[in-house]
Design a protein around this ligand. Structure first.
Ligand SMILES: Cc1cc2nc3c(=O)[nH]c(=O)nc-3n(C[C@H](O)[C@H](O)[C@H](O)COP(=O)(O)OP(=O)(O)OC[C@H]3O[C@@H](n4cnc5c(N)ncnc54)[C@H](O)[C@@H]3O)c2cc1C
Length: 435
């Protein structure tokens, strides 16, 4: 257990449950302002979350810059990824260059153990922040009016203790105990486009042509997709993902995974002589939802508040952004400019405004690319014209980099333009051939 001081009997300004992107970034923002924060994490660092194979988007790196987390720490040894290649069956291949965000035209497949440990270790900058790791929060404590005013924890020696705080923040992930114990309502949920996935790390894979560290996505149009994500130690993370209603929950997940990869020749060509060097991990039915943001004395941030499919890789960015918005609202509450209810209401409104349009874009993409099976003629024509259009792919890159309004990322003019350019290109090729 790492604590900077013994647990105080004086109430903390804030108790934060969960010490990864949402919780640690919030503690950094509040610690910088001198808040007395207690942050409690069940795991011991260094450790990665149980399921995670993440792209760290350049938009998220800009938020890490604000927290003065050095890129050299979290990105150590990870190659800079500048190109996405999306193969649609053997019909066509689309290319998407990563757009510049905050001076970075690249993203990483980041090592979560490094990223999360780096955030946690930087909390030692602030003497007013007390860190507890290897400690589980068991329950919420309430005053006579029912307002949450602390937590009950189980310490590493097995003893239980109550700790008081002026507020409790649930940054405890998608299966949030704080949300459950506080009775947070789910305010929006989409179970109709859920996906499940399995992944492992490999070495000895064949490089991708034309970019050896290109992100290689194979979308066979049958409700599944495979992604090869180059990462540290010359490894590649290989993700097999599919619509949840077709993704069997097999007893022998390893065989199911390998069968899935072997099905697609362009994937298996790269892996046939490679070695799987990690155990298989995965998740069934990745949720797409929002919960009520808070109530008397408690508030949620990160995945505890809002979670979505990993297809657009927005989870870490959203967690860092929500914690920034929450910190600003909490400051106003502490200064007395806003009541607790007003601060929670403001945070919820701002967090939904900042994340909801991108969430919708992700839901639309799941429907379009995973849940819709296009007839071959449509895939070879309309879909190809769109996805091989440079302007369309540039807008897509700006969308996932959070550089344009997600509600406006693909206006009718863009789609019509892409179709017109695609048809014109085909006609030119036909005429060229006839000549
Ligand atoms: C398969 C998969 C792939 C993903 N890919 C990407 C990607 O490519 N890019 C991306 O940006 N995001 C991705 N994400 C999402 C990303 O991992 C999450 O959005 C992000 O981790 C959320 O951070 P958080 O701090 O809210 O929660 P978490 O990272 O889940 O952290 C919550 C912490 O709370 C702790 N905790 C829970 N309960 C208690 C308790 N009772 N007491 C004490 N501690 C507790 C847990 O131990 C955990 O460490 C992916 C998610 C999944 C599942």
């Amino acid at each position: 257990m790492s604590t900077t001081s013994p647990l105080s009997s004086e109430p903390y300004d804030a108790i934060i449950v969960g010490g990864r992107p949402a919780g640690a970034s919030l503690a950094l923002r509040l610690g910088r302002l001198g808040w007395r924060v207690l942050i409690i994490e069940r795991a011991n660092f260094p450790s990665a979350p149980p399921v995670s194979v993440p792209f760290l988007m350049n938009s998220a790196m800009s938020l890490l810059d604000e927290l003065e987390i050095p890129e050299s720490e979290y990105a150590h040894d990870a190659p800079r990824l500048r190109n996405f290649f999306i193969e649609y069956k053997d019909y066509f291949r689309a290319h998407c260059a990563i757009s510049d965000v905050g001076g970075r035209d690249y993203i990483y497949t980041v090592d979560r153990e490094r990223l999360d440990s780096s955030l946690w270790n930087h909390l030692s900058r602030y003497g007013s922040v007390t860190r507890l790791e290897g400690v589980s929060v068991l329950d919420l404590e309430r005053d006579a009016s029912g307002r949450v005013n602390g937590v009950k924890v189980r310490l590493e020696d097995g003893s239980e203790q109550k700790v008081n705080g002026s507020c409790v923040v649930g940054a405890d992930g998608r299966f949030s105990l704080v949300a459950r114990q506080a009775g947070a309502r789910i305010t929006e949920q989409h179970t109709d486009v859920e996906t499940s996935l399995l992944y492992a790390y490999w070495t000895g894979h064949a490089p991708y042509e034309p970019d050896p560290v290109g992100i290689h996505v194979h979308a066979p149009g049958d409700g599944f997709s495979v992604i090869l994500m180059p990462t540290t130690e010359n490894r590649v993370a290989v993700v097999f993902q599919g619509r949840a209603d077709r993704f069997q929950a097999p007893e022998d997940a390893q065989s199911y995974y390998l069968e899935g990869l072997r099905r697609y020749p362009s994937i298996w060509r790269r892996l046939a002589n490679a070695t799987q060097v990690s155990k298989l991990s995965g998740m069934k039915r990745v949720g797409n939802l929002y919960r009520q943001a808070g109530g008397p004395g408690w508030v949620l941030v990160g995945d505890a508040f809002h979670q979505k499919d990993s297809i657009d890789a927005q989870g870490i960015y959203d967690a860092l952004l929500e914690s920034k918005l929450l910190a600003a609202a909490l400051v106003e509450w502490k200064q007395g400019t806003l009541s607790w209810e007003q601060a929670v209401e403001r945070y919820e409104r701002e967090a939904i405004a900042a994340t909801r349009p991108m969430f919708q874009a992700t839901l639309d993409r799941l429907k379009r690319e995973i849940y819709t099976e296009m007839p071959p003629w449509a895939a070879r024509s309309v879909l190809r014209w769109m996805m091989t259009d440079a302007e369309y792919m540039k807008r897509f890159s700006l969308l996932v980099g959070r550089r344009i309004d997600p509600a406006q990322w693909a206006p009718p003019g863009l789609l019509l333009g892409a179709l017109a350019r695609g048809i014109a290109g085909d006609v030119r090729r036909l005429v060229g051939r006839a000549d």
